[in-house]
Design a protein around this ligand. Structure first.
Ligand SMILES: Cc1cc2nc3c(=O)[nH]c(=O)nc-3n(C[C@H](O)[C@H](O)[C@H](O)COP(=O)(O)O)c2cc1C
Length: 371
């Protein structure tokens, strides 16, 4: 299990791709080269990333586009079936499914995860999410619970999934929300282990859920806030150890990597400022109840730009030296890894791998591929 939790390598900085199962990925832009999110593009990307030694792919569980001129994230591949397909066609990387606990029955979900895990021979991972967007739940005729209860429900849900993965005999479950009888679940996950489990709760309740139940927590970090992040990482890891578990802490970022700093900044401006899908950005902000009247004009402009580029992930813009240096500072702060996105993942990944990965190897943060 330890090898599995380390994603089967000794990389001190784990690198993954985040959001490729959705049209436009994480860049709310109108540029024509924006990411399609189609299956052929995802497959091509995953195989390229797998060859280059990228550690994981993390999809977004998204059911409804955000509108705007591009219907941002309007076309999305369902994440467990997406993961199963990619696991069948890759050799090394861990592929996550991102699953809304309230929308998937836990007994069906547990079996889907086991199936994906057998296909990937122990490389499936689970991102449990509780949902935050009422419009999505309406599509299912489901009611979104009040915030604290969402995580109470998710804890029961995850307990059932874990029991289904481990209990050799038939069992009943009598919880507050779930009352299930005579559950039998075979086979068990691959190789006597179980999928790595992550969560990305930002609230104290969400993070406490991750500390109690998960192997990895994803949190947003701010540039200039790394000292604060380092303290927070130490705190959550100490709490997890108190619960008898090791917790990896990851973040998400958006990379614009070009041969010169100037070229990177120009491309960033071109995609994310001059050609942002501002109508989609404003619709996302409204869903999160972020309104112009509550902020100064300058602060609101900053929030809009931040949302346009990576939906709040850390923007990392520069030449390969700058990018490698910035990634290094994240490891120094204690982060286990980062899930990154690009405007067009498959077009931009080869340059990133050719230039940034060797620098990270020289910095002692990554192994040589195949080492
Ligand atoms: C890396 C990352 C991935 C996430 N993926 C999803 C997702 O795919 N679907 C979703 O509904 N929410 C997703 N979220 C939202 C979180 O699960 C969580 O609901 C959000 O951070 C708010 O925290 P809270 O639930 O503790 O209030 C993600 C957040 C992050 C930082």
């Amino acid at each position: 299990m330890r090898d599995r939790l380390a994603l089967y390598n000794d990389n001190r900085l784990k690198l993954g791709l985040f959001g490729a199962n959705c049209s436009s990925g994480r860049a709310v832009t109108m540029v024509p080269e924006r990411w399609t999110g189609s299956w052929p593009d995802n497959l091509r990307l995953a195989q390229m990333a797998d060859e280059a030694g990228i550690d994981f792919m993390l999809p977004i569980g998204r059911w409804k586009g955000y509108g705007g001129d591009t219907d941002y994230q309007g076309a999305t591949l369902e994440t467990v079936t997406w993961a199963s397909g990619l696991l069948a066609k890759t050799k090394r990387m861990t592929v996550f499914g991102t699953v809304h606990a309230p929308l998937f029955h836990p007994v069906i979900a547990a079996k889907e995860f086991v199936t994906a895990d057998h296909i990937g021979e122990g490389r499936f991972g689970l991102n449990v999410v509780c949902g935050w967007n009422e419009g999505e739940f309406d599509m299912f005729g489901a009611t979104m619970r009040e915030h604290e209860q969402r995580y109470e429900y998710a804890e029961e849900w995850l307990t059932v999934v874990k029991l289904a993965w481990t209990r050799p005999e038939q069992f009943d479950f009598d919880g507050r929300y779930l009352k299930l009888k005579g559950i039998r679940a075979k086979p068990k996950p691959y190789g006597g282990t179980r999928p790595l489990i992550m969560n990305a709760g930002a609230s104290p309740t969400g993070q406490a859920f991750a500390i109690r139940n998960c192997d990895a927590l994803f949190m947003n970090v701010r540039r200039g806030g790394l000292a604060e992040t380092a303290t927070r990482i130490r705190e959550v890891q100490a709490e997890a150890r108190g619960n008898g578990r090791e917790l990896g802490v990851f973040t998400v970022g958006v990379i614009t990597c070009k041969p010169t700093q100037k070229a990177a900044e120009e491309y960033y401006r071109h995609c994310i400022v001059e050609h942002a899908d501002w109508a989609a950005v404003d619709s996302i902000l409204a869903m999160k109840d972020i309104r112009p009247e509550a902020h100064s004009a300058e602060e609101f402009a900053r929030i809009r730009n931040h949302q346009a580029n990576g939906m709040g992930g850390l923007p990392i813009v520069g030449d390969p030296d700058t990018i490698a240096h910035e990634l290094g500072t994240l490891t120094q702060a204690g982060l286990t890894g980062i899930g990154v996105s690009f405007v067009n993942y498959a077009e931009e990944l080869p340059y990133f791998c050719a230039e940034v990965l060797p620098r990270l190897q020289r910095m002692g943060l990554r192994e040589k591929v195949g080492a």
